[in-house]
Structure formats: structure tokens, C-alpha cells
Design a protein around this ligand. Structure first.
Ligand code: BGC
Length: 755
């Protein structure tokens, strides 16, 4: 019987594989026939990706796009959406060009399209890839109902430097967690069939190593060893490729002295040859042109470099359009390279089904039913709740008791503009629900006290920079002192104060690096004044990066990290504050004590002189401990959890064995709650030095008050492997440690030997 079943399964797999081959043959024939009709100019036209619309992230704007579309000189556009706008341009492509090739429509759909979910760093803090996949699915559903068929997401750059503003866009510092999130998002966007009207092309970015910009300054130089790349920075991109991501975006930075956008080793040898990526490569915004400023040569030269490196589409820069023909005619770029690039663009269109129906994603009915549907708003609230991280909760000041007198203080209490965070292009902040209106909805008007307390940003120079990019940060008519005095007076009337402070949305994201990453001075002054009232203070923060919160940690009674929580921020925060929901998020980026500790991350190396309090010559600072304020994986709950010792099914395994790691986790507090149980390993001796801990598994479990559960993980030798100095993926026999715990620092430990 079993054999029969196996035979049937093999047959089905075989049939599926055959069908796939047949489909590919059909696609290849179609594209070959089409390309036989194309001139060199039309082929190069397919490689051109101008921006049409409002969102500009670089100094250059695309010009004369409509004329170019009609001449067949555009392969796709981005920043155009809505059925009306997309139809207009698609009409030009399929009605007014010689070969009627439809356009791609791309957009930065990053953490939601119209319904905005928490920023990506917040989504990662859910430690719930299935939930993250659902948010990407919902975003794809909305984006495709809005005319789009290509999302410039997921951003999977490993980020260990919180000064870099773009840490908000990714999953944080860990390669393994980053890989899980990358796969989840690709699955969510692309589904299993790209030709459906609600799936779109995903685009993993920024390939590669963009998160390692020196000093956390955006667009800055990157330099690292191949070992570090392979073991620590490349895994999430590779995972996205293995999950079948359709497109890859190059990074702005250089790698080994050659900008990623012109780096043949990166794009062809590694990505295409080693990893087997078959999809399309697009540059970042004018990244080819920027190679001139990098010092790689003139426009012709950088065009040659990037085409020969393996780039398929030129975003905004039009270097291919201007120089492609000349480069081929002069023999600098083989015609076969342009043919291959053009083929890959056409393949993407074919897979989306655009040759069958160029208007597949232009559907007014779907537009009116899918966008901001009740279901999506609910998902947004769920994701927001699960993204929040409780950083401190002394004396159980949270959850709040609504019978008490509560003062809500701070410039973000009534704010809507900032809730949806950066990279929420099509999101309408006016549809985001503020904390104050959520409170009024739940408890009625007039129940709580309020004071603004401070301007969100007081420093005029910073305010100007942010407002130049739609920050909309106003300065109150009252002076800072008046605002504080009013807040203190309000606090004095209350039993407990909730201070809602943080960054403006534009203080994280692209081109938003900071050298100091604390709360702004004027906000700190407010907190210090409130502290003097002696009232218990709950600090609710909104921000797009780890902040330095040492003073706050010492002086506030509770701290709730809410990131930029999205369209449903207000209701989600309210539910968490009043205990309808129990926070369960955990940090995916280390929070430093001060900015001098940066870069600081949990999966670091031991060094030859690990810190020893009794020894002078060990690795340390004189003025701050080595440990972070809040470690990777950290996050409290209103309840508490206890961990048993670790049980290993064997203390010594061979490469063929499977290892069971088991612990019992108990809810020892007074609330039902969710806990993310984390498993780390350490390779004690290697042919190269190995990190002191590496995340390998996690499981999120729900435990009722008083309940215990056994949590079991299966590890294999794959989980013990790494890239050795020859960049071979190997395991090495020897001693290991297995750790299980509630965060990367508080763990139980067991010894393991690999024979
Ligand atoms: C960003 C990308 C983005 C692109 C298109 C660039 O400035 O680096 O992440 O996808 O603009 O908007």
C-alpha cells in the first residue's frame, strides 16, 4: 500500500514537473518569436524603468515618459497606481506601440499598500512568519487591485547599526530570522501562481550588504570579508532566491571596491551562477549613474559595467537608453547580454499573464472591494498588537486600570501623520487612527486628561529637514516651557501618566541616519519634568530604530515599544495598554545603552580576551558595560514564563542523526500570554572563529495562566553548518552548546557533541 502511494506521489510530481517544462517551452517560444521582431532599440527600451508620479527618492526625475512609452522605449514604470492612471499608460503601450508589449507597474509596497501594517522592523518583532506572510498577501491583494504588478519588497538587509535609518525597513540583525521573514514575504506577495490577478512580482533588495554602510550613514561605503558576507549578511537574500523571488534590486553601495550595480562577481557569479537565480535584476534609483560619482568612469563606462555585470533594468537613470545601442555597436557589450536582459524582462511580463491580458491588474471592482477592507484593517490591528514590545513594567503598572485617573501626555497622543511610518507611499495617514480617538471610541469623550507637553521636534534645523519631505511638524504657539508647565499640571491631577513620545516618521527610513539615537532633548526635558511629579509614568514610544533609552529605563515605570504601528495604531496601542491584549513582541535588533557601543549585536565573536571583571586587559569600555540595554530577542509580557532545563534526545550525534531539544515552558504569572521560545547554538571550536550564539529555531506558543507546555525542536547537522574559509558549507565535528530561552541572554544551556 505504502509503495503504491509513493509511486502515485512520484507520478504526480513527475506530471507537475512535465507541465512546468511544457509551460517554459511555450514561454520561451513566445518570447523568441517576439524578440525576432524587435529592433535593438526596442530591446533596450524594455530595460528602461522610469518613474511616473510623485514619489522621488533621488535627485533625478524621469522626463517625457509618455512619448517614450509610445516609441517602445519603456519596459515598465513605477510610482503610478490606481486603475485609472495605470490604464492610461498601459493603453499607450498596448495600443500605440509597434509591438504592443505591455508595461510592468512597480511600486514601493513595503509594509502594506493602502492598509498600512507596522513598519517592517515591527513586523519582524512579531516573530511570526505566518502573520508576516499574511500581511504581504494582503498588501499584494490591495496593490494588484490598484493596478500594480511588482512590489519593491522585501528589504532584507541585515542591520546592526541603529544609526542607519533604513533599519526600519528590514527584519533586524539576525541572518536566520531574516531568512525566515524573507521567505514569508516572498510567499505572501507571489503566492503560488504569478498569473493570478492578486499576486505580483516580489523584489528582494538591496543586493547586497546595504545595511553595512560605514558609521550607519546612508549610501556610505561597505567593506567586508567574504566570510562575513556568506555567514552573516547574505543568508536572507539567498533564502528569498530559494523561495522563488522573481526579481532582485541592486544596492547603492560598493562591495570589494566595485559598486553592487556594476559588480559582476555579485550579480552573475554569485547570484545567477552559484545561487541559480533566473529572474530579473533591476537597479536601485539611478544607481548606474551614481557609479560615476563612485569614480567608475563616465556614463558610457558605467553603462557598460552594469550591463556586463548582469543588470537587466535601469531604474530612472536612462543610461541604457542613452548608451545601450552605442555600447553594443562598439562591441563593449555583447548583443547576447542585451538579448538576455530583454528576455528576462519579457519573461516577468509573461509570468504575470500580461501578454494574455495587459489589464489583468486593472480592475475597478477589485479596487473598490479589496482596498482597506474590514478584514485587512483587522489584520493590521492584529499585526500591530503582536509587534509591540514591552521593554519594562515595574510593579505591574501595566495594564492600566481604566477606573484610575489617567493623563495622556505627549505630541504623539493625538497624532495621525506619523503613525504609518516611512515607506508607506500609498497609505493615507488621514485614515490612521490616533491613540486619542481610539480612547474616545472605547471609553467615550472626556474620560482622560490630556496635554501635548512638547513639540514632536523642537530643533528648527531638524524640523526644516523633515518638513522639506512632508514631515508636517508644526511648532506650537506655546513656548516649550509653557507646554511643559501645562503637562506637569495635568500630570499632577492624575494617578498615572502615559507619555507618548518618539521619533517623527521621517527620522527613520531612507536618507534618515542619526548620529544620536535617543529621544530628542525637548522630549527628554518633558519626561524629566513629569518624573518630578512622582507619578508613575508609562512611556509609549514610536520609532523606526533601536533608541538609546538608558535614562528612560532607570526612570520610567513602564516602557512600551510600538514602532510605527500603521493604520490601526491607536486601537492596537489602546488594547495593549488596557490589557485586552498582552504584548508578546520581541526585539530583532539589539538596543544599545549608548551610541558608542554601536555596532552591537548578539551573534558576535568571543575575541581572545573576553570580558573579565577582574582583569584589566580584556575587551571592554571604561565607561559602559559591554552588554546592551535590551538584548536581541528581548520582550516582556504582562505574565511571566518559567523554563525547565533542556533535554537533548542524545548528547552526541552523527551527521545522519536528528536531535530533539525539549524544554517545558510554564506560564507562572497572572495573565494568559504568548511566549516566543528561542533556540540558539554555539560551535565551541572551529576552523574559523564562530559566534557566541546563533539563532536556529523559535516557536511562538500561547499559554493560559498556570499552564505548562513541552516545546520540542528538531535539529540536524544542517543547523550546525557554516561557510569555512574556502567558502564551503560544512559542519565540523566537535563540541557545541545548545541554548533555549526567552531572549538571547537569558537561556538554559546543554552540551552537544557532533561526531
Ligand atoms: C530605494 C529603494 C526603492 C527605490 C524606488 C530607492 O531610493 O533605495 O528601496 O525601492 O528608491 O523608490
Amino acid at each position: 500500500m505504502f509503495r503504491k502511494l509513493l509511486a502515485i506521489a512520484a507520478l504526480v510530481t513527475g506530471l507537475q514537473a512535465n507541465a512546468q517544462v511544457a509551460q517554459e517551452v511555450k514561454m520561451n517560444q513566445f518570447i523568441t518569436t517576439l524578440m525576432q521582431k524587435m529592433t535593438l532599440e526596442e530591446k533596450i527600451g524594455q530595460l528602461n524603468l522610469p518613474s511616473v508620479g510623485f514619489d522621488v527618492t533621488g535627485p533625478l526625475l524621469s522626463q517625457g515618459v509618455e512619448e517614450k512609452i509610445k516609441k517602445g522605449l519603456v519596459g515598465g514604470v513605477f510610482n503610478t497606481y490606481t486603475p485609472v492612471a495605470v490604464r492610461k499608460l498601459q493603453d499607450m503601450a498596448v495600443k500605440e506601440t509597434r509591438l504592443k508589449i505591455p508595461l510592468l507597474f512597480g511600486y514601493d509596497v513595503i509594509h502594506g499598500h493602502r492598509t498600512i501594517f507596522p513598519i517592517s522592523l515591527g513586523l519582524a518583532a512579531t516573530w511570526d512568519p505566518a502573520l508576516v506572510e499574511r500581511t504581504a498577501r494582503a498588501a499584494a491583494d490591495e496593490a494588484t487591485a490598484d493596478g500594480l504588478n511588482w512590489a519593491f519588497s522585501p528589504m532584507v538587509d541585515i542591520a546592526r547599526d541603529p544609526r542607519w535609518g533604513r533599519v526600519s525597513e528590514g527584519a533586524g540583525e539576525d541572518p536566520w530570522l531574516g531568512a525566515q521573514m524573507a521567505k514569508a514575504m516572498v510567499r505572501g506577495y507571489q503566492g503560488t501562481d504569478l498569473s493570478k490577478d492578486n499576486t505580483l512580482l516580489a523584489c528582494v533588495k538591496h543586493f547586497a550588504l546595504y545595511g553595512a554602510a560605514e558609521a550607519g550613514r546612508d549610501y556610505n561605503t561597505v567593506d567586508m570579508s567574504r566570510l562575513k558576507m556568506y555567514n552573516e549578511y547574505l543568508p536572507p537574500y539567498k533564502a528569498a532566491v530559494e523561495a522563488g523571488v522573481a526579481t532582485v534590486m541592486t544596492a547603492f553601495n560598493e562591495i570589494e571596491g566595485v559598486p553592487a550595480t556594476g559588480n559582476k562577481w555579485l550579480l552573475t557569479d554569485l547570484l545567477r551562477k552559484q545561487w541559480g537565480f533566473k529572474g530579473m535584476i533591476v537597479t536601485d534609483y539611478t544607481a548606474i549613474n551614481e557609479m560615476m560619482a563612485h569614480g567608475m568612469g563616465d556614463a558610457k563606462k558605467v553603462g557598460e559595467l552594469s550591463l556586463n555585470a548582469g543588470v537587466d533594468m535601469d531604474m530612472v537613470g536612462e543610461i541604457f537608453l542613452q548608451h545601450g545601442i552605442g555600447l553594443v555597436k562598439s562591441g563593449k557589450v555583447p548583443q547576447s547580454i542585451v538579448d538576455a536582459a530583454c528576455r528576462r524582462v519579457l519573461e516577468a511580463k509573461y509570468k504575470l499573464g500580461l501578454f494574455d491580458d495587459p489589464y489583468r491588474y486593472v480592475n475597478e471592482t477589485r479596487n473598490s472591494t479589496q482596498i482597506m477592507s474590514a478584514e485587512k484593517l483587522l489584520l493590521s490591528k492584529e499585526a500591530a498588537i503582536k509587534s509591540m514590545v514591552l521593554l519594562k513594567n515595574a510593579n505591574q503598572v501595566l495594564p492600566l486600570n481604566a477606573a484610575k485617573k489617567i493623563a495622556f501626555i505627549g505630541p504623539l497622543v493625538k497624532d495621525q501623520r506619523n503613525l504609518i511610518g516611512s515607506w508607506s507611499g500609498a497609505g493615507d495617514w488621514k485614515k490612521a487612527i490616533s491613540i486619542w480617538s481610539a480612547l474616545e471610541q472605547k471609553f467615550g469623550a472626556g474620560k482622560f486628561l490630556y496635554a501635548k507637553g512638547a513639540n514632536l521636534v523642537d530643533d528648527p534645523a531638524l524640523r526644516k529637514r523633515l518638513n522639506d519631505h512632508d514631515g508636517q511638524i508644526a511648532s506650537d504657539e506655546k513656548t516649550p516651557d509653557q507646554l511643559i508647565a501645562e503637562a506637569v499640571q495635568t500630570a499632577q491631577q492624575a494617578d498615572v501618566v502615559v507619555a507618548v513620545l518618539g521619533e517623527a516618521f521621517g527620522m527613520s527610513g531612507e536618507a534618515a541616519s542619526r548620529s544620536m539615537i535617543g529621544l530628542l532633548d525637548n522630549q527628554l526635558e518633558l519626561l524629566k519634568a513629569l518624573k518630578k511629579t512622582g507619578k508613575p509614568i508609562v512611556l509609549v514610544i514610536m520609532n523606526g530604530r533601536p533608541l538609546t533609552l538608558s535614562w528612560e529605563d532607570q526612570n520610567m515605570d513602564a516602557i512600551l515599544e510600538t514602532w510605527f504601528a500603521g493604520t490601526q495604531a491607536g486601537p492596537a496601542i489602546t488594547e495593549v495598554l488596557f490589557g485586552e491584549a498582552n504584548p508578546s513582541g520581541k526585539l530583532t535588533m539589539t538596543f544599545p545603552r549608548n551610541v558608542g557601543q554601536v555596532p552591537i549585536y548578539y551573534n558576535a565573536k568571543n575575541t581572545g580576551r573576553p570580558f573579565d571583571e577582574n582583569q584589566k586587559y580584556t575587551t571592554k569600555y571604561l565607561d559602559v558595560p559591554n552588554t546592551p540595554l535590551y538584548p536581541f530577542g528581548f520582550g516582556l509580557s504582562y505574565t511571566s514564563f518559567g523554563y525547565s532545563d533542556i533535554k537533548l534526545s542524545k548528547s552526541s550525534i552523527t551527521a545522519a542523526d536528528k536531535l530533539q531539544v525539549t524544554v517545558t515552558v510554564s506560564n507562572t504569572g497572572n495573565y494568559d500570554g504568548e511566549e516566543t521560545v528561542q533556540l540558539y547554538i554555539r560551535d565551541m571550536v572551529g576552523s574559523i572563529t564562530r559566534p557566541v550564539k546563533e539563532l536556529r529555531r523559535f516557536q511562538k506558543i500561547a499559554l493560559k495562566k498556570g499552564e505548562s507546555k513541552e516545546v520540542s525542536f528538531t535539529l540536524t547537522v544542517e543547523d550546525l553548518k557554516f561557510y569555512n574559509k574556502d567558502l564551503k558549507w560544512v559542519s565540523e565535528p566537535g563540541d557545541f552548546r545548545v541554548f533555549v530561552g526567552t531572549n538571547s541572554q537569558e537561556v538554559k544551556e546543554a552540551a552537544l557533541t557532533l561526531k
